[in-house]
Design a protein around this ligand. Structure first.
Ligand code: BES
Ligand code: ZN
Length: 590
C-alpha cells in the first residue's frame, strides 16, 4: 500500500518524518503564523509528499541547497499536496511558509471574544485533518513525530503547547519567544498551541490549569480533583506516560467540549458549572492519554478505536470514583445521544457503522456520537462476555502491545482473537463493526433511579409533575435525564412551570441548560429567547450550537431568531461552528 490514509497524501514508500523543528511568529495584525518547519527524515531521500491547506510556501531547502517543490490542485477537504524533490539520502528538509488568516486549524480572536476583553487570543484545533493548515506535514496518524518549537508572540501574551516548556526569552522589540520540547512521539493531529493572556494554577505536582486571569480561579476550583482522576486512571490502565497533565480553558468559541492534546488538554469554558458536575469531560480527555494518544487509530476510518475506547475508559474511571449508579446515569445520557444521532443519520446508515469507508468524505462531516457510544457499547459487550478481570487484563496488554503506535480495526480484531479466542464470534462482532445502527442484543445499563425518572417523565402527559421540593434536590444528571425524556415540545404554561420549578434559564450547567433551551426553542417559548440569543452569540461548542439551531428551526419565531443571531454572530464563529450552523439553517424551512 502506498497511501494508507484516505485523508492524507502520506505515502509509506517515501521518507518518513521523525521530528519537527518549528520556528513560528504569531502575527496578530495579519492573523497568520509565519516561519519555518524543519522536518527531520529517516534518510531515504527522493520524492516527499506533504499535506498543506491554505499555506503559502515561500521556499524549501535541504543541506543548504534549495529543494524544488510543486503544489498540487486544491481539494476542498484534503487541501494541496506539496511535492518536494529531495536529494538522495536527505536527512532533513526545511520549509519556509505562512498560514492563511482563515486557516481551518486556527482561530484568531479579537479581545472582545475573550474573558478579559483586553488582549487577543489564538488557539489551534488540529483533529481531524487541520494540522496541515498550521504546518506542512505528513498529516496522518500513521506517522508519529517528536518536536521542538519556538513561538514568537507579542509581549504580555503567553504561549502554551501540548508539549514541555523549554524556557522563554526576549524576542525582537515588543516580542517574547517561548520554547517547547515534545519528547513523546505524537501523530500530527495532536499538535496544539494557544497564545493569550494566560495564567496557570498548580493543582498537583504534575498538573496545572491554564486560563485567562478572569477565569483561572474558577477553573482551579472546578478541576481540583484531577490528581485523584489521574490515579484512578493509572490503576485501571497502567502508568501515565506523558509526565504532566495540564489543562487549558479556552475562550467560549472553542468548538469542542474537550480535546486531548497531549500534556495539555484543551477545554471549553462551558465546563465551569461551579459545582464540578461536568468533570466527566476531563475524565474523557485524560483517558485519551491511553486510548488515542498512546494507542492511536490508523486513520479516521477507525476513529471508533479512539473514541469508543475512551468513552468506555471514561466510564470505568467514573465508576471507580463515583460508583456504579453514577456510571449508569452516564451510560443512559449517552444512549440518548446515540438515539438522536441514529435518527440524524437515518438517510446515511453507512455512517453508523463502526468500521467506516471515508474515501472522499470529510471526517468533520462524518463526525457523530456513533463511534463514541456504539463503540463503547461494543467494548462493553466484549467486557461482559470475557468477564471483568479477563477484559481488564486484555486492555492492559493491548495498551502495552500498541504503545506509541497506530492501528486499524483489523489489527484490533486480530489481537482480540489472539488473546481472547472465540470472543468476537460470541458477541457477534461483525454486526457491530459493519452493520448499521445498534445490534438488538446491545448491552443495557440498569439503574433503578433511571427507571424512576423515565416513568416520571412519561407520566407528564397524564398530568403528573415532580414534587417541586424534592426536585430541587435533584442532581444535574437526574435533571438532565428527566428533561431528555419529556415530550420534545410543550405548551407555554408547561414550559413556564418547568422554568420556574427548576430555575432552568439561570442554570450554570450547560448540559442541562442546553437541553432545556432546546425544549424551549422547539416549543416557541419566547421568555427563553434572550438566553438562547446570548448563548449562540458567545458559545461555539458544536454539541450545543447544532441542536439549538435545529430546535429554533421548528417554529417561525425561532427561525427568525436563528437567522438574526447567525447574521450577527457568524463572523466571530470558529470555521467549524459556522459550517454546522449554516448547514442546519439551510435545511430549515424558509
Ligand atoms: N477528540 C475529541 C474531539 C474531536 C473529535 C475533535 C474529532 C475533532 C475531531 C474529544 O476527545 C472529544 O471527544 N470531546 C467530546 C467530549 C466527550 C466527553 C465526549 C466533546 O468535545 O464533546
Ligand atoms: Zn474523545
Amino acid at each position: 500500500m502506498a497511501r494508507p490514509d484516505p485523508h492524507s497524501h502520506f505515502d509509506d514508500s517515501q521518507p518518513r518524518t521523525r521530528r519537527w523543528r518549528l520556528r513560528l511568529r504569531a502575527d496578530f495584525e495579519r492573523r497568520i503564523l509565519a516561519g519555518t518547519a524543519e522536518l527531520e527524515l529517516d534518510g531515504r531521500g527522493g520524492v516527499l509528499d506533504l499535506d498543506t491547506k491554505g499555506l503559502t510556501i515561500l521556499g524549501a531547502a535541504s543541506g543548504g541547497a534549495a529543494v524544488p517543490f510543486e503544489l498540487g490542485p486544491d481539494n476542498p477537504v484534503l487541501g494541496r499536496r506539496l511535492r518536494l524533490s529531495l536529494p538522495a539520502a536527505a536527512k532533513s528538509v526545511s520549509v519556509e511558509y505562512e498560514t492563511s488568516p482563515s486557516a481551518a486549524g486556527l482561530q484568531w480572536l479579537g479581545p472582545e471574544q475573550t474573558a478579559g476583553k483586553r488582549r487577543p487570543f489564538l488557539f489551534s484545533q488540529c483533529q481531524a485533518i487541520h494540522a496541515r493548515s498550521v504546518v506542512p506535514c505528513q498529516d496522518s496518524p500513521a506517522v508519529r513525530v517528536t518536536y521542538e518549537a519556538e513561538l514568537d508572540v507579542p509581549e504580555g501574551l503567553t504561549a502554551v503547547m501540548g508539549a514541555g516548556p523549554a524556557g522563554d526569552a526576549k524576542g525582537g522589540p515588543g516580542r517574547r519567544v517561548f520554547k517547547f520540547a515534545m519528547p513523546q512521539p505524537i501523530p500530527s493531529y495532536l499538535l496544539a498551541l494557544a497564545v493569550g493572556a494566560l495564567e496557570g494554577r498548580d493543582l498537583s505536582p504534575r498538573s496545572r490549569v491554564w486560563a485567562e486571569p478572569a477565569t483561572v480561579e474558577k477553573a482551579a476550583w472546578e478541576f481540583a480533583g484531577v490528581e485523584e482522576m489521574l490515579r484512578a486512571a493509572e490503576s485501571l490502565f497502567g502508568p501515565y506516560d506523558w509526565e504532566r497533565y495540564d489543562m487549558l480553558v479556552l475562550p467560549p468559541s472553542f468548538p469542542y467540549g474537550g480535546m486531548e492534546n497531549p500534556r495539555m488538554t484543551f477545554l471549553t469554558p462551558t465546563l465551569l458549572a461551579g459545582d464540578r458536575s461536568l468533570v466527566d469531560v476531563v475524565a474523557h480527555e485524560l483517558a485519551h492519554s491511553w486510548t488515542g494518544n498512546l494507542v492511536t487509530n490508523a486513520n479516521a476510518e477507525h476513529f471508533w478505536l479512539n473514541e469508543g475506547f475512551t468513552v468506555w475508559a471514561e466510564r470505568r474511571i467514573l465508576k471507580k470514583l463515583k460508583g456504579p449508579e453514577a456510571a449508569s446515569m452516564a451510560w443512559a445520557i449517552g444512549q440518548k445521544a446515540l438515539d438522536d444521532e441514529l435518527a440524524r443519520f437515518r438517510d446515511k446508515p453507512e455512517l453508523t457503522r463502526l468500521r467506516l469507508h471515508l474515501e472522499g468524505v470529510d471526517p468533520d462531516e462524518a463526525f457523530s456520537s456513533v463511534p463514541y457510544e456504539k463503540g463503547a457499547r461494543f467494548l462493553t459487550a466484549l467486557e461482559r462476555a470475557a468477564g471483568q478481570e479477563a477484559f481488564d487484563r486484555f486492555v492492559k496488554e493491548y495498551l502495552k502491545r500498541f504503545r506509541f503506535q497506530s492501528l486499524t480495526t483489523e489489527q484490533f480484531l486480530a489481537f482480540v482473537e489472539e488473546k481472547l479466542p472465540g470472543l468476537l464470534a460470541k458477541v457477534g462482532a461483525a454486526a457491530w463493526l459493519d452493520g448499521p445502527g445498534l445490534p438488538e442484543d446491545a448491552p443495557r445499563f440498569a439503574s433503578p433511579r433511571l427507571d424512576e425518572l423515565s416513568a416520571l417523565a412519561s407520566a407528564w402527559r397524564d398530568g403528573r409533575r415532580p414534587d417541586p421540593a424534592a426536585a430541587k434536590a435533584w442532581s444535574p444528571a437526574e435533571l438532565l435525564i428527566y428533561l431528555q425524556k419529556l415530550p420534545k415540545r410543550l405548551p407555554e404554561a408547561d414550559c413556564a412551570w418547568l422554568d420556574e420549578t427548576f430555575a432552568l434559564t439561570g442554570l450554570g450547567n450547560y448540559e442541562v441548560l442546553v437541553q432545556w433551551l432546546c425544549l424551549a426553542a422547539a416549543s416557541g417559548y419566547a421568555p427563553a429567547f434572550p438566553r438562547i440569543r446570548a448563548l449562540l452569540s458567545e458559545v461555539g461548542r458544536m454539541k450545543y450550537v447544532r441542536p439549538l439551531y435545529q430546535a429554533l428551526g421548528q417554529t417561525p419565531a425561532g427561525r427568525a431568531l436563528a437567522r438574526e443571531v447567525f447574521a450577527s454572530a457568524a463572523p466571530a464563529y470558529h470555521a467549524l461552528t459556522r459550517r454546522v450552523a449554516e448547514s442546519v439553517l439551510a435545511a430549515a424551512p424558509a
